[in-house]
Every structure is written in C-alpha cells, then in structure tokens.
Design a protein around this ligand. Structure first.
Ligand code: AMP
Ligand code: MG
Length: 664
C-alpha cells in the first residue's frame, strides 16, 4: 500500500522533471524592428487626456497645451535702479562744468505705488528699483550719479547726460501678452513654473500620467527589507522598473511579487489591468518550469499576445501583448535583460502616452580593445564602460551577464553586434549609444583586480571630490590596460612563478609599482568542520585530500588565488576542482551554502560569510601606476590617499597589512 503510494509519488516527480526539462519553443522569434512595429500596430500612442493641476504640483509634468501669455511682464514700464525718473531731454548738455538742476516732485515711487504726478519738464520724481515709470518720464538716473541740493525746495544736480530709455524695462519686454510662452509637450521645470506664475497662472493643464502596474513573478522572490530565505532572491526588478516608469513620465503602481501560481497570478494581472493603463510583468516568460506569465496573458482577451520571442540578446523571451487598449508586457526575469527590454520596448510607449517626445539617442565612436564572441542569429546588445585612451575613447564590455543588476548602473552605454556576426574583433571601432548621464568622464580610472579595501581609497577620493571609475577586469586585464595607457592605475596581485614574489616583475618602463597592502589568503571552511577546525594548513589539506566526500571549490584560471591553489595541490585534482567561480565571494558563498566544503579565498571574505579560516600565504595587492598620468590631480590625490594615516587605519581595520614603503 505504502509502497504503491511511494511509486506514484516517484512517477509524479519524474513527470515534473520531464515537463521542466522540455523546452517549448517560442511560436515565432522576430527581429526587434518587427516586434516594435507589430506592438505599435495594436497600441494607441497618442498622449493621454489633459488634467488640471496646481502650479505647486506641476514640477516635471508635461504641458498638454501651448500656454499663451494673457498679460505683459513686466506689466508696466519700470525702473531698474534706485534713482530719479526724468525726461532725458532735460539732461542734454549736462557735464562737470555745466551741471543741470531738476526740481523734485512731491512724490516717492516705491514698489507697489501707482504714480500720481506727471514729470513735467525741469522736474524729476524719486523712484525705487521696480517702481512704475510716471507719466512724462522716459529715463532714470541712478541716485549715485546725482547730488541732492538741500537748501530751499528739494532738487537734484546732474553732471551727465541720460539717453531716453536709460534704466527702464518696458512693459512686455520680458513676456509679451499674446506670446506663446511654453509649448505643449514641454516638461515643466522650476523655470517654467516661474514663467507661468509671472503670467498670473496658479494652475496648468498637463497630460495625465499613464499609470503603469509593475508586477514581479517568481516563487523565489523576496521583498527587499525582509530576510532572504534559502534559494531566495530579492525582487530588484520591481524597484528598478517602478523607478524607470517614473523616469519615462509614468506613475508606477507597484504591486509587488506574485508566486508562480496560475490562479494567483491571473488574479493579480486582472486586478492590475483594472487599475492601470498598462501592465509590466517581469519573469516567467522563458517557458521553463513555473513560467506562466505568457500563458495567462494569452487569456486576457483580444488582441492577446502580439510578439513572443525577439531575436536579440539579452531579451529573447520578451512577450508583448495587449488586452483591449491596454498594453501588457512580460519582460525577461534577469535584471539586465528586464531593464534593457524595458528601455527598448516599454519606455517609448510610456513616453508617448505621457506626451513626451522620443528620447534622442546620443552616440559616440569608440574602440573595443578586446575580442567579443557573439551568438549568430541574434542582435546582441553589449553594455560598455567608457574610458579615455591615448587615441580616443575606449569601450570596455561590462560583461556581467544578463542576471546582473549592476551591469546597467555601471555602464555608460551599449553597442550593438549584428545578428549575422559571430564575433567582434579586438580593436573594432563601434558606435556607442550613451545611457543616462554618461557624458561625465571620471577623474581617475582604476582597472584591474578589485579588493574591498580599494573601496576605502576610492571613498577617500570621493571625500576630496574626485570621482573614480573602478573596472574589475582582473589583474591581467589591468596590466594590459595600464600598458595601453587606458587607465591611471591598475591594482594587481600576480605572483612571479620564477621568484615567488608578487607584482615586482610587472613594473616596466612607464609603469611603476606602488605598494598597496597585503591580504591573507587561506582555506575557508564551515566552522566546526572537524576536517579543518584547529588544524594547520598542511594538515587541513591532507585531511581534505584523504576524504573523497570533501568537495572543493576552485578559482578561475588567471586569478592570483588559482596560482596558489595549484601550488598547494601539487598536481592533485580533488572533487570540485572543475568548479571555478571568478571571485572570493563566490567561493565563500558555495562553502557557506554547503555546495562545497572548502576552498581558497582571502580572510576578510571568510569573516563576511562567518566561515573558518586557516592562513596559507599573504598576497600582495599593489598598484601599477601609469607614469605618463602621474601628474594628474586625481592621480596625485590617489597617491596621497594611500599615504594618509586615516585611510591606512581603515584599510587595516579590514584585516589588511598595509605596506610600509611609501616614498612614491
Ligand atoms: P524567469 O524569467 O522567471 O525564468 O527568471 C529568470 C531569472 O531572473 C531567475 O534567476 C530569477 O530569479 C530572476 N528574476 C526574476 N524576477 C526577478 C526579480 N523581480 N528581481 C530579481 N531577479 C528576478
Ligand atoms: Mg520565474
């Protein structure tokens, strides 16, 4: 009885494994252009109706209509200075030898005072800055250029000639009644608000903002702010997409994350449709296990799914649909893919509905110094960071893959690799489309291996108002970039196999080695693991190699740590050797999550993950300085920061030993 139930459960499980492993194909994969055209055919891309808002709430809204000035500004001819309103003709012939005297009228024109008396020939009226020009007057002289005559009736003496119109602003010279002040589609900033107020308006008609529901899908998603569960991932798409909706001129309706449950998801999408002008989902489109979004979208009424599968990378599983007049988009779940496809397919729709013009793409030409492999048949978009090389701009692929959240924020732009190309050769000139505020070049470019203590130095530079761009390209990448003059400094930690010394061999003419700090490398393990706890490095290694269930986690070839691993293993190949992640953190995470039992990494990382640590060897982390760039202020500030005792203290606090030789 029990046995047959177990068999049934096993059959169920196998059926589920089969279903998950089977990849349904996309109905039809189309080009990006075709996808955009098909989507547009089913959408209304005109601006939404206007709504009236108080001026105080008009900031960054889009004007629905042209604004025509109903009044003049200034509303009257006014004085620009403190002085006297007079007839210019009365000053003719005035000079040091022939001063002119004008009688003062019994009136003082302050701001807000409507003048009563006419300025008759031979007279002047006292007037303040901003005062209304009185009848008869056509010019103003500054008080500093006059002499008051105290005895008898008040009068002034002038010693210079005033031309007609001197120090007068005429009515309507700023804003003329009937003039089109602002055009529809303009985004309202503080200056526009000032202009509207100057015309006496206290409210304005703006385009209603499209309400865009943002919904994440996935059983694994955890709301930021809550503790991460095992196999959980924070819902970052929800946050970034809501912000991107705002940037595109929409109002996000953040609906959080829904698990991969058909009923719950369908209900959530229907609710979203009822409340919003547009629905943006992320995740659940790639037709793998638990991917439901596209199936649900196809049930929401005509026209339904318009495109599912676009020949671009990242972003192939993109799904574009509509229910009635409301667009529904299912973005791929991986953050970089989600943001990329959002900007390419969703932001333009939001902008159009919000009354904003399409965003003008800014481009520049740059050289890609490395070869980039690309998939045939898909147009590939590659995020790049820009640095100034000796001969023009250089674009480095940020290359973290479509699952990365940071690729986008660290990128200055992207390049396109044609669908028909299988690679981009090294040193190809490409067109880079800039994203965000890419135009600002950093003061200091650091390319090479990353280290937690480097953040301390960069932080110290920021306190001195120098911006630094750190591109983690690995030690070898840093050496290459430094010798090509593409960076200012390259942090490196490479051992010379011949001498066993770190970094010294990397200094060449034009590249000076600046001492940084030492970090301890050693064996990481979970605390209380008897194979390692309390043992020396040699004993720990011996017991790990003696136990065939002890699974190691290795490092990528080319990393300094890998050199050490291979030296320690002396030809041994324990289980797990082929698992070769690219960072200290990945090694520590694998051990902490019991996907591996031991590996080599640096001490601060062991501490961060609460792991045991057995020191093996110190590693020198130093900087290759590009001599040609030494005199640049940011480079000098960098060197000063390395010498700074406060900075050194902070680096020591991270568990580093700061090198003493500081006479650079
Ligand atoms: P999916 O498209 O649902 O197959 O998801 C692909 C990958 O993207 C998975 O690794 C997901 O964990 C990840 N992912 C999906 N949605 C989100 C989200 N809202 N935030 C962060 N990562 C996500
Ligand atoms: Mg999912």
């Amino acid at each position: 009885m029990n046995e047959s139930r177990n068999l049934r459960l096993a059959d169920d499980l196998i059926a589920r494994v089969r279903a998950a492993a089977r990849q349904e194909q996309f109905l039809e994969v189309v080009s990006a252009e075709e996808a955009r055209a098909r989507f547009a055919r089913h959408l209304d891309l005109s601006p939404l109706a206007a709504e009236r808002v108080p001026l105080a709430q008009a900031l960054s809204r889009v004007l629905a209509h042209d604004v025509v000035a109903a009044v003049d500004a200034p509303p009257f001819d006014r004085s620009n200075v403190d002085g006297f309103a007079l007839r210019a003709a009365d000053t003719l012939g005035a000079g040091d030898m022939s001063p002119k005297t004008l009688r003062l009228n019994p009136e003082v024109i302050a701001c807000g005072h409507a003048p009563v008396l006419e300025v008759a020939p031979g007279t002047a009226t006292t007037i303040a800055t901003g005062g209304v020009m009185p009848r008869g007057a056509d010019a103003v002289v500054m008080i500093e250029h006059t002499e008051l005559i105290e005895d008898g009736a008040p009068a002034i003496e002038l010693r210079r000639v005033a031309g007609p119109g001197q120090f007068v602003s005429y009515a309507g010279s700023d804003i003329a009644r009937g003039e089109t002040l602002l055009h529809r589609g303009a985004r309202i900033g503080s200056r526009e608000i000032g202009m509207l107020a100057a015309c006496g308006l206290d409210e304005v008609e703006v385009v209603r903002r499209p309400v865009v529901a943002v919904l994440s899908t996935g059983d694994e998603l955890v709301k930021p702010g809550e503790p991460l569960k095992p196999a959980g991932v924070y819902d970052s798409n929800g946050a970034i997409l809501a912000a991107a909706v705002m940037e595109a001129g929409g109002t996000p309706l953040s609906l959080g994350a829904v698990p991969d449950d058909a009923m719950a998801l369908e209900q959530a999408v229907r609710d979203a449709l009822a409340q919003a002008d547009m629905v943006v989902l992320s995740g659940g489109t790639s037709k793998g296990a638990g991917d439901l979004s596209h199936a649900i979208v196809s049930r929401l009424g005509p026209p339904g799914i318009v495109v599912h599968g676009v020949a671009l990378k990242p972003g192939k599983p993109l799904c574009l649909a509509a229910a009635g007049d409301k667009p529904i988009v299912v973005l791929p779940g991986f953050p970089t893919s989600a943001i990329f496809t959002f900007h390419a397919f969703v932001a333009p729709v939001i902008r159009a509905r919000a009354g904003l013009p399409p965003e003008a793409a800014e481009t520049l030409i740059a050289r890609v110094p490395v070869r980039v492999a690309s998939e045939l048949g898909r147009k590939e978009f590659l995020l790049v960071s820009l640095v100034k090389g000796e001969e023009g701009t250089v674009a480095f692929p940020t290359g973290k893959g479509s699952g990365a959240v940071t690729s986008f924020s660290q990128a200055d732009g992207f390049i396109e690799i044609d669908a028909l190309a299988s690679a981009l050769d090294a040193n190809t000139e490409v067109q880079v489309t800039l994203i965000g505020s890419a135009a600002h070049a950093p003061d200091l470019v650091i390319m090479g291996s990353h280290d937690v203590a480097l953040d301390v130095v960069v932080g110290a530079l920021a306190e001195r108002s120098f911006s630094a761009r750190v591109l983690a390209v690995g030690s070898l990448g840093g050496v290459a970039a430094a010798s090509r003059g593409e960076c200012d400094v390259a942090p490196v930690h490479l051992i010379d196999p011949k001498t066993g010394q770190y970094n010294v061999h990397l200094a060449t003419p034009g590249l000076t080695l600046v001492p940084g700090w030492q970090r301890r490398q050693g064996i990481l393990f979970r605390p209380a693991d008897q194979r390692f706890e309390g043992r020396s490095a040699a004993e720990a290694l011996k017991s790990a190699l003696a136990d065939s269930t002890a699974l190691m986690v290795n490092r990528n070839a080319g990393s300094g740590t890998r050199v050490l691993v291979d030296k320690l293993l002396a030809g041994a190949r324990p289980p797990g050797y082929a698992n070769q992640p690219k960072s200290h953190n990945a090694v520590a995470a694998a051990i902490a999550q019991e996907r591996a039992d031991w590996g080599l990494a640096i001490e601060p990382v062991a501490r961060l993950y609460g792991l045991g640590f057995i020191a093996v060897a110190p590693e020198h982390y130093d900087f290759l300085l590009v001599e040609k760039r030494r005199e640049r202020p940011a480079v000098q500030a960098f060197l000063a920061a390395l010498r700074d005792e406060t900075v050194r203290k902070r680096i020591r606090a991270l568990g580093m030993q700061v090198s003493e030789n500081r006479d650079q």
